[in-house]
Design a protein around this ligand. Sequence first.
Ligand SMILES: [Zn+2]
Length: 157
Amino acid sequence: MSENRGWMYKRGTWEEIEDPLVWEDGDAFETVLDRGGYEKQADAGFSGTGTGSLPSDIEVYKKKDDSSYLAFVCYNSSDIENIVLPDYPSLLMFLREFAPFLTLESILFELQELRTMGEKAFQAWHGHDCAMMCHFCDPVGWEREKQRKREQAEKKQ
Ligand SMILES: [Zn+2]
């Protein structure tokens, strides 16, 4: 018996339903899909990086004997939402709703990569973290800081 719940997304309306798939111990994913009447190969797959509450992966499977679909929205390998899309318009509306998440995910991932690369390059170049400064990367700030320290030292005397 599966303890998972599922969702029905019908043309913009969400409804909680029982898990559309029956899982038994030791079942391969393909076996479970086949038992549920779905194609074993995903019709479509979309990837993100899965940070925070954003999905890492969405896979869409078509049901063999009608025109419904099943979408798996994965947040990590063990946290999965099953979403039944009863017809093609529902599938398109569902993908339209989730597309910005995945696009944003890809953008955030790429930005993070660039940022890490930039920080490493900066560290190698200046010998200090990019949040700090030296007389090369911030001559004005560096002079101001030296001035501030001089004034502090004078006050103490
Ligand atoms: Zn510097």
